[in-house]
Design a protein. Structure first.
Length: 167
């Protein structure tokens, strides 16, 4: 395996920051374009009540909670229900094809990183979010809504749970 020399870092993408529907801020830390699609890394700042609708996709995700407490949901008996909670320093792996979601059920923001393999997330968030200057800035317009998100998700082979309101 070839190692990436440090002098290539200057060629790597500048982190892209956006806010998505529901108010979560997402920073593309390692863009899939910089790894030839092998993986990507994002950091998320989830506000209380924030989180994506339940979904599944063909890539694996490894979540690492940095601050706060993150609730993970999964499919059980035809419903999306809480299945795990992770706090600072804890890691949760979601295998490809598993129905899941994350929620901040607390009263303070949760900060966590996600590694996706192969790298699909960074392209999705470039299309699904409103570009921001920082992880705490307020958006000047609304992020894409459900109809547009469905189109963007389909292009990235992400499927939303049909009864998303049951989460």
């Amino acid at each position: 395996m070839d190692l990436v020399p440090n002098d290539r870092q200057a060629e790597m993408s500048t982190p892209f920051i956006c806010v998505v529907a529901g108010g979560n801020h997402v920073m593309n830390v390692v863009d899939a374009a910089d790894t030839d699609g092998a993986f990507d890394v994002i950091e998320v700042l989830a506000q209380p009540g924030g989180g994506p609708p339940p979904h599944c996709h063909a890539f694996a995700e490894w979540f690492h909670v940095i601050e706060g407490e993150l609730t993970f949901t999964g499919a059980r008996d035809g419903q999306i229900v809480p299945v795990a909670t992770a706090g600072p320093g804890e890691v949760v792996m979601i295998p490809p094809g598993a129905w899941h979601g994350t929620r901040n059920d607390g009263i303070t923001p949760v900060r966590f990183s996600v590694i996706g393999r192969p790298g699909v997330m960074t392209s999705y968030f470039r299309q699904a979010g409103v570009p921001m200057a920082s992880m705490t800035a307020a958006p000047d317009r609304e992020p894409p809504g459900p109809a547009e998100l469905a189109r963007i998700a389909e292009a990235h082979e992400i499927v939303f749970w049909p009864q998303a309101s049951s989460a």
